[in-house]
Write a protein that binds this ligand. Structure first.
Ligand code: MG
Length: 251
């Protein structure tokens, strides 16, 4: 019996985690174009690209940047997360949002997911960067972790997968460089121009001037409502993801 238990334990340690196959939904609304549903389980996942060694890490803030987090405290935020080694902060205790609202901007931040070997899909290193409090660029451990394509790391969540998967392994730092154009609304509340985003993940272009269809939603189609400048918000999805070196240039 003991020998058998040992064998099982050994096999579990040696065998790679099985690919769970398609993950996602087949009962959600179709995105415009009618090809893929929101979080479509059959939407192809992007090709894996190994980022270059620098991966835009330790990118120092330009002189006109507003430093949002450099390891010294939470003055720029509505509340504090835990500070950890290496000038980093760790998710816990709810979302945090900047005190200052922003619109058009260039945002740099670095993040890393913990090693969560027993978790899969959306339960593995999940957090998120919400531009204007509404438009999410997903943070997830997408290194050999299957999930629905529009929900993986660097996805415009629920809308568009990144063009490639440039995720580094859990425990390693990664960067996002985001340029964002706020939506414009007409006096009658209609959308003059949608929010648009360009994203580099670890220095690799993954969205190039892509429109948001509206504020990020889960399992449903987003819908715009007029709004002005709003905070950058970082998501607490229950996983101890870390962030460091967060700065923004209002445009
Ligand atoms: Mg998220």
């Amino acid at each position: 019996m003991i020998r058998y238990a040992l064998l099982v334990a050994l096999a579990g340690a040696l065998l790679p985690v099985q690919d769970p196959g398609p993950v996602g939904y087949d009962d959600t609304p179709f995105l415009p174009g009618g090809k893929w549903r929101v979080h479509d389980k059959n939407r192809p996942v992007p090709a894996v690209v190994t980022p270059g060694s620098g991966a835009n890490l330790h990118s120092p803030p330009p002189s006109d940047a507003v430093v949002l987090y450099d390891g010294s405290g939470f003055d720029a935020w509505d509340k504090a997360w835990k500070q950890v080694e290496g000038g980093a902060m760790e998710v816990g205790g709810g979302d945090i949002a900047t005190k200052r609202p922003f619109g058009d901007c260039q945002l740099h931040l670095e993040w890393r997911s913990p090693v969560m070997a027993d978790k899969t899909s959306q339960s593995k290193g999940n957090s998120g960067v919400f531009l204007m409090d509404r438009y999410e660029i997903q943070v997830l451990d997408s290194y050999q972790n299957r999930t629905y394509a529009d929900g993986q790391a660097a996805a415009m969540y629920g809308l568009k997968p990144p063009d490639v998967n440039a995720c580094r392994p859990p425990g390693e730092w990664q960067s996002y460089d985001i340029s964002f154009r706020a939506p414009r609304f007409a006096a009658d509340g209609s959308v003059e121009s949608p929010a648009r985003v360009t994203v580099l993940h670890n220095g690799v272009l993954v969205h190039h001037d892509e429109p948001f269809l509206g504020p990020t939603a889960h399992r449903s189609l987003p819908e715009y409502a007029p709004h002005g400048p709003a905070p950058v918000r970082l998501q607490d999805h229950g996983d101890p993801v870390q962030f460091r070196n967060v700065w923004i240039r209002p445009l």
